[in-house]
Design a protein around this ligand. Sequence first.
Ligand SMILES: [Zn+2]
Length: 445
Amino acid sequence: MKPMRRLFKQANIASQDNPMPAIADVLVDESGVIRDVSPDIPPSTDMKVLDCSNKILLPGLFDMHVHLREPGREDKETIETGTNAAINGGISGILAMPNTDPPIDSGGMVRFVRAMARDRSGIPVLTSGCITKGRAGKSLADLADMHTQGAVMITDDGSPVADPYLFRRALEYSRHFDIIVASHCEVPELSRGGAMNEGAQSYRLGLPGIPACSEEISIERDLRLAQCADARIHIQHISTARGLAIIRRFKEEGVRVTCEVTPHHLLFSDNDIQDYNTHLKMNPPLRSPEDNKALLDGLNEGLIDVIATDHAPHTRFEKELDFASSPFGITGLDTALISLFTHLINKGLIGWDCLVRRFASEPRRILQLEPADIVTGSTADFIVFDPNGRTHVNNSFIKSKSINTPYLGLELCGSVDMMVRGTEILLDRGGCRNEPLFSSKGGME
Ligand SMILES: [Zn+2]
């Protein structure tokens, strides 16, 4: 089929500048570039016209914290299934974490994974590398080689770099390569053996706790080291109010720190773990309702830079183990947007501007990628979202190979109807009626 122009009629365009979307028409030309965004673009016979009234167009989201499990644990996820889950959820680009098996800790591994991703993914898959060889925390990995092969971040995510000397050296080297050092903050000696947040709930359930101070002490240490090294640092999946207060202090002192929060740390607390549901077990663990509130405030204020899922697929067998034994982590790619829409946007707790800024614009800015704004002249990279739709989160909806999500079996508000990237339509649930404007000429598809 020859490429044609597409006209998205009467769409509500979400941007990082307005809490409420503004109505406009969007014309994407045959080369996949947005040619025009204006109030009323007249259709012509060479256009496919899609009625987007009551739909929201927003930039494709970018998730900078994803575990794809390939190579090594293809029973949990592959690059192909993981990126299909991303597309399913309205996420048009991801950054893969390096804690695969073997870990991505050399230039060769970075090259290998990038080549696989190019073959198997419909969306950009960026790659990160380990800070330490084998993610073992003993010696530094070859940062220069990984950077040369295209790694954009280094992190031992899943574990902290316990040795402050090594972490300091990594920060110092990183300045030469313009690569971001990202930190999973935890003091292993404090959280060892823990299964959930330490507090009244863990005592009640009789589960070993992970204290908030484990994360907070580590954030404090890493930011101080970044300050010493004058390096950029990104704090992954923050979960506590105090951790956020520490980040605020260092930001005020001029340290180049960014941080991310996951949808689940915004939407769930340890109070929700009533029946030992392993789909609420992750690391860092769900904290208190007060922490939820502080994270939401931090997001609205802009203290939190990024929303990222920490998509962590695990097999059904592993998640059916008892709470203390089952692995940490839940999936997020399929459900991040609809869960945030249902529980935050729909309730007026955040605006569309916050979502677009934190989940589309900032991750791309931090990683020095092209923005995905819906403006004239940029390559189309947006999704069509139906705020009146409903999504039943069941096995046929989920595209991830794993189903370890607390939303399994639930219905969420909103539906990702379509994903447009350049000339390609990567997802189309048929939510946008094709307008037969020129039926007399029979010129439509
Ligand atoms: Zn982590």
